[in-house]
Ligand binder design. Structure first.
Ligand code: SF4
Length: 93
């Protein structure tokens, strides 16, 4: 459930300054990501940010730009998956 925010209770960043996660320089992003690497709810956090199109800050260990790139990759793969096969071999069940 993407609107379920119970995972936030276990977030490693709960005791950190919010400003730590809203940075744009590489050093600031690395500092935020260091906290995320030990976070037990990292996947839920990233999923939440992507689902809600949150563009600012580090979420789930990814910077704004990294999340944008990831979103483009996922959309490209989904688009390719939906295209008809070019091969003449019969489709697999
Ligand atoms: S992954 Fe990072 S930003 Fe997300 S809840 Fe954990 S510590 Fe906070």
């Amino acid at each position: 459930m993407h609107d379920d925010t119970r995972w936030m209770v276990a977030a490693r960043c709960r005791d950190e300054r919010p400003e730590l996660f809203f940075v744009t320089d590489d050093i600031g992003i690395m500092a935020a990501r260091r906290v995320c690497t030990t976070c037990p709810v990292c996947d839920a956090c990233l999923d939440y940010a992507v689902t809600h199109d949150i563009t600012d800050g580090v979420w789930g260990g990814l910077s704004e730009e990294a999340r944008r790139r990831r979103g483009r990759t996922v959309r490209r793969r989904l688009s390719a998956f939906g295209r008809p096969r070019r091969s003449s071999s019969p489709p697999r069940p």
